[in-house]
Write a protein that binds this ligand. Structure first.
Ligand SMILES: NC(=O)c1ccc[n+]([C@@H]2O[C@H](COP(=O)([O-])OP(=O)(O)OC[C@H]3O[C@@H](n4cnc5c(N)ncnc54)[C@H](OP(=O)(O)O)[C@@H]3O)[C@@H](O)[C@H]2O)c1
Length: 329
């Protein structure tokens, strides 16, 4: 697997990373067998994946605990990325949250510690002071953010090193391209692309919006009439499934599975350091890891761009997957 430098750090990470949210088996994802979760992490390691992303918020620490368990005896060469909740950004809360995450992960240091979402109620200087204290103590190695819009990123990066911005980015979710990607490029902040398979849509396994599990139909792809939606948008279900049909025919032409094409497309986009592909089973992460070697030619990249323009237009400039009133500033 090709390795990329994480921001301006010395850390090198695999282009395909494993996202560990679904391993917690709660909220959006439904039950997850623990042994299968551990086997999935081991399959990722065997496939050459070295970056694993988790968060204290995923299953209230359960994702971190499972990752920590799976990494016992396998910690060398692995880059662990975790995140602190927006509710824990004040100094004392942040230090306590990091200590909990270290215990969950059974490690002495978190390689990349990220602010999960900005919190306008906590002075950013307070958060940064706590992060820098943790860094001095060796409890975290690098600092990053997630879901930061241009203004928040400028404010943060003017006071602290900021190696990465973790953002929702996929063939079907391109809202970050207009303003946030250029800002990251300008500042040398690496992009970690999340929900790169659009929560399974870009594997081609769902034939219609009705076939998608209800807990996943919360995002702005789907109509606000869907029971668990907490946005007010009409959604763009029709555009999404028309785009998927187009992508399917492009994949057929080049003879590659849709998951490979979706993940490889991201690796061809400027500023993307690594693609956080979620997986719940060993065969999924093996399939996802194989995408790293796929080189897409210009014709294919242009065809994929055309296929996803209507969804891009429908989603607009708000990168927030779940809320019409964007939390990005
Ligand atoms: N910073 C943030 O706010 C934020 C938000 C969301 C995610 N993330 C990060 O990004 C990671 C990935 O995003 P995500 O989990 O939302 O979505 P994703 O990577 O787009 O989709 C992952 C899901 O798709 C299915 N899948 C994966 N590979 C597959 C394959 N090869 N074939 C068929 N199905 C496959 C699996 O679920 P099923 O088998 O159940 O279909 C898996 O859980 C997360 O784990 C997390 O680390 C961060």
């Amino acid at each position: 697997m090709k390795m990329t430098r994480l921001g301006q750090t010395e850390l090198m990470v695999s282009g395909i990373a494993m996202g560990c949210w679904a391993l917690s088996g709660v909220e959006t994802w439904g039950a997850q067998d623990e042994t299968e979760a551990v086997r999935t992490v081991h399959a990722a390691l065997d496939a050459g994946i070295t970056l694993f992303d988790t968060a204290e918020a995923y299953g209230d620490g359960e994702s971190e605990r499972l990752l920590g368990k799976a990494l016992v005896g396998n910690r060398n060469g692995v880059v662990i990325a975790s995140k602190v909740r927006p509710a824990n950004l004040a100094h004392a809360e942040l230090i306590a949250a990091c200590e909990r995450s270290l215990r969950n992960l059974r490690t002495d240091t978190i390689d990349l510690y990220q602010v999960h979402w900005a919190n306008p109620d906590v002075p950013i200087g307070d958060t940064i002071e706590a992060l820098q204290q943790l860094q001095k103590e060796g409890k975290i190695r690098a600092i990053g953010v997630s879901n930061f819009g241009v203004r928040d990123l400028q404010g943060f990066a003017s006071l602290s090193a900021c190696e990465t911005n973790q953002l929702p980015y996929s063939l079907l979710w391109r809202a970050v391209e207009s303003k946030i990607v250029p800002e990251c490029l300008k500042r040398g902040v690496g992009i970690l692309a999340y929900s790169p398979l659009a929560q399974g849509l870009l594997t081609g396994k769902f034939e219609s919006a009705d076939a998608v599990p209800e807990e996943r139909r919360r995002t702005r792809f789907y109509s606000s009439a869907r029971p668990l939606a907490r946005h007010g948008d009409t959604g763009c279900e029709e555009e999404v499934f028309l785009a998927i049909a187009e992508i399917r025919s492009i994949c057929r032409e080049i003879g590659r599975p849709m998951a490979h094409v979706a993940l490889a497309w991201l690796l061809h986009q400027p500023g993307v350091t690594s693609v956080l592909a979620g997986a719940r089973r060993p065969e999924q992460i093996r399939e996802n890891a194989a995408a790293e070697a796929l080189v897409l030619d210009l014709d294919t990249l242009q065809a994929l761009d055309r296929a996803t323009q209507a969804v891009k237009k429908a989603i607009g400039e708000n990168p927030d997957m779940w809320q019409s009133q964007s939390r990005y500033r």
